[in-house]
Design a protein around this ligand. Structure first.
Ligand code: R5P
Length: 253
């Protein structure tokens, strides 16, 4: 690997770290090359930051991968900018890393305002409540959150509260990996006689079989933010990141 950097310049490395095991090593090597080339500051823009969900030891013998990742990136970068890093039990991003954790709520709300309403916005678990409330409120839509219990890797139970009178629902979540959470939420909505169910996720990880699982559960439209390249990408986050980096697009005329 070789980087061509101007000494004294601020280097911004943009890399979505899905498929992390393949990407982390060269990301770390690039920071060393940038430092040696004289970059005055190194910022990592990782729209998706991996290993953030394992924020505690759920079962004896497990690592706390969130901390391991943070320690590694802190040694390499002066600043990390990411989107929805799933910090449900870590109160502040600053406790993990210098930089910023951005929210995609406003981008999703802007997309939602352009859809035909009314739609009840559904978060699968109580942890998602502040996020779901803020995006639904910005889109002037009713919202609920379910109570989710994860029984095993691919088994979850979701109970929904009484739903407002709506024929359509939009499930929103920060990540879809196995797709089980969205599929179980969709089945619960179908049992509650919701006629049309769509889903939007921020990070489209979609492990093998996830999309089929979600479709089989009755989700018609499945969309995502573009933090991970995927054919479901429909909501752009570039402007959000550019603004966080202090970039102001030139005014027309
Ligand atoms: C959990 O708290 C997250 O917000 C997601 O609901 C979860 O990680 C989704 O994973 P999966 O698609 O494997 O159910």
């Amino acid at each position: 690997m070789r980087v061509d950097a101007d000494p004294g310049h601020h280097a911004i490395l943009v890399r979505s770290l899905h498929e992390p095991n393949a990407k982390l090593v060269d990301t770390v090597l690039a920071t060393d090359a940038l430092r040696r080339a004289g970059a005055s500051q190194r910022t990592l823009v990782a729209p998706y930051l991996p290993y953030m969900r394992q924020d505690t030891v759920f079962h004896p013998g497990e690592p706390v991968s969130q901390r391991v990742m943070a320690d590694c990136l802190r040694r390499c970068f002066d600043r990390v900018v990411t989107i929805e890093p799933h910090l449900h039990r870590t109160p502040r991003f600053a406790d993990l890393l210098p930089g910023r954790a951005l929210t995609a709520a406003a981008a999703i709300a802007a997309w939602l305002r352009r859809q035909r309403g009314p739609v009840v916005v559904v978060g699968p678990d109580e942890e998602s409540q502040p996020w779901v409330r803020s995006l639904a409120t910005a889109a002037a839509m009713p919202w609920v959150v379910g109570r989710k219990q994860r029984l095993a890797d691919r088994r979850v139970r979701i109970e929904l509260p009484p739903l407002p009178a709506c024929r359509s629902a939009l499930i929103v979540d920060d990540i879809a990996s196995s797709g089980v959470t969205i599929a179980v939420a969709a089945r619960a909505l179908a049992r509650a006689n919701i006629g049309r169910i769509d889903a939007v996720v921020v990070h489209a990880i979609f492990a093998r079989g996830a999309e089929q699982r979600i479709r089989r559960a009755g989700v018609r439209r499945l969309l995502s933010c573009d933090t991970i390249p995927h054919h479901t990408n429909a909501i752009g986050c570039a402007e959000l990141i550019a603004t966080a980096l202090g970039y102001r697009p030139p005014r027309n005329g």
